[in-house]
Write a protein that binds this ligand. Structure first.
Ligand code: AMP
Ligand code: MG
Ligand code: MG
Length: 255
């Protein structure tokens, strides 16, 4: 099957009738997720290619309401790297994150438990529900507010967090096993390959706000891009899942 045909079947290609400004409301209400949590990690890095493992040094997450396009809550911490505790000059220049900020940060294990508590708070206070893989394709009940994660590329959740948790034998919340890759969604929807997150925004006439490679600013700008794509008629769907299908319950509990 051609990529275009597959994209059409997945509802990823822009429908001509939905692209005009006047269709804003109806396009947005098609979404299966009432909220998306946008994540963009920053990690240790070096100018020269090394075989050092990368560790998360900034862990931001922003909660995007898909109907209003507003960010309703944010989680943010700096994280202490432990395998290579001293940041390279290159890393500080790229990300703007200083040695002082990571030393004042917390280990990843504590960050993950604080993040889980933030998610539990969102579940309790806002009624958000995180669907598990086997029930993902079924229609949510009207009272449920379905929520999933969204990142720019598969690197954040499929590589960076996944391998760091494996190496350090940390428990990763199950909900982080599936997500929407906005980069591949963008490629299919607009049928073009963007030059990075900033290039993707620029192609749509949107200016990047804040500092590129700051995790929090990258997350907010990714949310802005996702919001614009939904206004253009893109229906956000999970693109990647690390889970094996099991006989477990319909929604994830956070632990
Ligand atoms: P980003 O979300 O694009 O800011 O990138 C996430 C992480 O990827 C950064 O914190 C760096 O560890 C790494 N990274 C991004 N761009 C580069 C680059 N040009 N050279 C080396 N590492 C990079
Ligand atoms: Mg990124
Ligand atoms: Mg970033």
């Amino acid at each position: 099957m051609s990529t275009k045909k597959l994209a059409k079947e997945l509802g990823l290609l822009r429908q001509r009738s939905q692209t005009s400004a006047g269709t804003k409301k109806s396009a947005v209400s098609n979404q299966m997720f009432s909220h998306l949590i946008v994540i963009d990690f920053e990690s240790t890095c070096w100018r020269e290619k090394t075989n050092y493992s990368q560790e998360i040094i900034e862990f931001p997450a922003v909660l995007l309401n898909t109907s209003t396009g507003e960010i309703e809550s944010e989680f943010h911490t700096y994280v202490q790297p432990q395998e290579h505790p001293i940041l390279s000059k290159f890393c500080t220049e790229l990300t703007g994150i200083t040695q002082r900020q990571v030393e004042a940060g917390i280990p990843l294990q504590i960050c993950l438990s604080q993040f889980s508590r933030w998610l539990q708070h969102l579940q309790r206070e806002m009624g958000l529900v995180f669907p598990s893989s086997q029930h993902r394709s079924s229609e949510p009940s009207p009272s449920q507010k379905q929520c999933t994660f969204l990142t720019w590329s598969d690197w954040d959740l499929g590589v960076c967090l996944q391998y760091e948790c494996k190496r350090k034998q940390l428990h990763k919340p199950d909900v982080l096993n599936s997500w929407i890759d906005l980069r591949s969604t963008y490629r299919l929807f607009y049928d073009r390959k963007p030059k990075g997150l900033n290039g993707a925004l620029q192609d749509l006439g949107i200016q990047f706000s804040g500092r590129e490679h700051s995790g929090l600013d990258d997350s907010r700008n990714t949310a802005k891009l996702a919001s614009r794509m939904m206004r253009d008629g893109c229906v956000m769907k999970i693109t990647r899942s690390l889970e094996r299908v099991s006989g477990r319950s319909a929604t994830h509990s956070i632990s």
